[in-house]
Write a new protein. Structure first.
Length: 393
């Protein structure tokens, strides 16, 4: 047993007061969970402390919260680990000044708070899940019984099917902070669950919809936060990348230039071994034109529209080198760095492998169980059954 301090972000709407912090001392074994600590505080100190939970086993998805600033499940985070992280973040060792930093617990981000650690998941999570039509849309007559599919054809979507709808990825999403209308990691992972399902007949329509939505698949900025936050290994960002790849394979061009931008990014790194930002802008709006700027009318309009972004980049220091903004004259990386990047790119292209934790290593790791040696009891029971059967016949 050890004593921990939980510093909880509280909000009690009925009081009419603003949110505030409150500390609770709890006694727990380090292997117990942060949720156990909160329930102990609720039981012993303040029954009005509100937290949503049910299974306490990382199954129901109810107890999403931020612990030391990281989104996750209260019931899956051990209090001992949370304490270590709190100390690491505060750069304070327990014996430095006799005090340990508290474990900081907040409601999930990107969602309105209803009370204490309870957030409104309807407005930011469930509405967006419904937005992606989360059910099968098969064509033709329904079979008399169930739809039968090869198990192999479902492997691709097993990872997205593991989602427990906890909202931790939504809470951690940086794009959603900037654009609350972004469909978001959980809903897009759910979208892939149906796009990748061989029984669904509206794959192209789904992809077209998600690519054309300005808050759709190209609104993700690859920040990896949702991958870190997800307690079930769904890796929502990977599902979004799969949606983008499929949209590209279907030849879907989006008005946001998301597909062109992504293709330009890859092409420039492949050719130059570094990211020429000026060329990236040109290639995103006028793909296929190298070295010279020969944009279409639409591309000219878009390029002119991007001038404020360029000026902002110069002002904020991101584009401080003018040579970085002129296509084709991007500064060279030192030594052989560009050749090294090109070699990495080539290696990655030649070793395209999907990482899906739900299937990787499945075949190698699976060992057929040896049948149990029959015991004297089972042999006797089998002999008795055989004798009974003989008598009956
Ligand atoms: S990777 Fe994309 S979806 Fe995931 S948290 Fe970052 S911006 Fe959001
Ligand atoms: S993808 Fe992961 S983090 Fe997001 S809602 Fe599903 S289980 Fe939770
Ligand atoms: S209580 Fe069910 S996931 Fe934590």
């Amino acid at each position: 047993m050890a004593e921990y301090t939980l510093k909880v972000r509280r909000y009690q709407p009925e009081s009419g007061e603003a949110a505030y912090w409150e500390e609770f001392k709890v006694d727990l074994d380090p292997s117990l969970s942060v949720l156990d600590g909160l329930l102990q505080a609720k039981d012993r100190d303040d029954g009005s402390l509100s937290v949503r939970c049910s299974c306490r086993a990382a199954i129901c998805g109810s107890c999403g919260m931020k612990i030391n600033g990281q989104s996750g499940l209260g019931c899956k985070t051990q209090v001992g680990e949370a304490q270590e992280l709190a100390e690491k973040k505060a750069s304070v060792s327990p014996d430095a000044n006799g005090e340990t930093p508290p474990i900081v617990i907040e409601p999930m981000g990107n969602m309105p708070v209803i009370k204490d650690l309870v957030t409104d998941m309807e407005s930011t999570h469930w509405t967006k899940i419904r937005r992606v039509t989360p059910w099968l849309l098969p064509h033709g007559e329904a079979p008399e019984r169930e739809y039968v599919v090869e198990p192999e054809s479902m492997i691709d979507i097993t990872q997205s099917m593991a989602c427990i709808q906890c909202g931790a990825c939504v809470s951690s999403c940086l794009s959603m902070e900037a654009d609350p209308d972004f469909i978001g990691p959980a809903a897009l992972a759910k979208a892939y669950r149906f796009v990748g399902d061989p029984r669904d007949a509206e794959t192209k329509e789904r992809l077209h919809d998600l690519a054309h939505d300005p808050h759709g698949i190209y609104d993700c900025t690859h920040c990896f936060s949702c991958i870190d936050a997800c307690p079930k290994g769904v890796a929502p960002m990977d599902q979004i990348m799969r949606l983008r790849r499929k949209a590209g394979e279907e030849g879907i061009e989006d008005p946001n230039h998301g597909h062109n931008h992504e293709a330009a990014f890859v092409k420039i790194i492949e050719k130059k071994g570094t990211l020429d930002e000026g060329l990236l802008l040109q290639e995103s709006f006028a793909p296929g034109v190298k070295g010279k700027l020969k944009p279409s009318k639409a591309a000219i309009k878009e390029l002119l529209g991007s001038i404020p972004t360029v000026l902002r980049a110069i002002k904020t220091g991101k584009g401080r080198s003018v040579s970085k903004l002129v296509p084709g004259i991007h500064p060279k990386l030192p030594g052989n760095a560009q050749d090294d990047v090109k070699a990495i790119y080539k290696h990655a292209e030649e070793h395209r492998e999907e990482f899906n934790i739900y299937i990787t290593g499945e075949d190698e790791d699976f060992v057929e169980p040896e049948p149990d040696e029959p015991t004297d009891e089972t042999l006797a029971a089998e002999a008795a059954t055989a004798a009974d059967t003989k008598e009956e016949s």
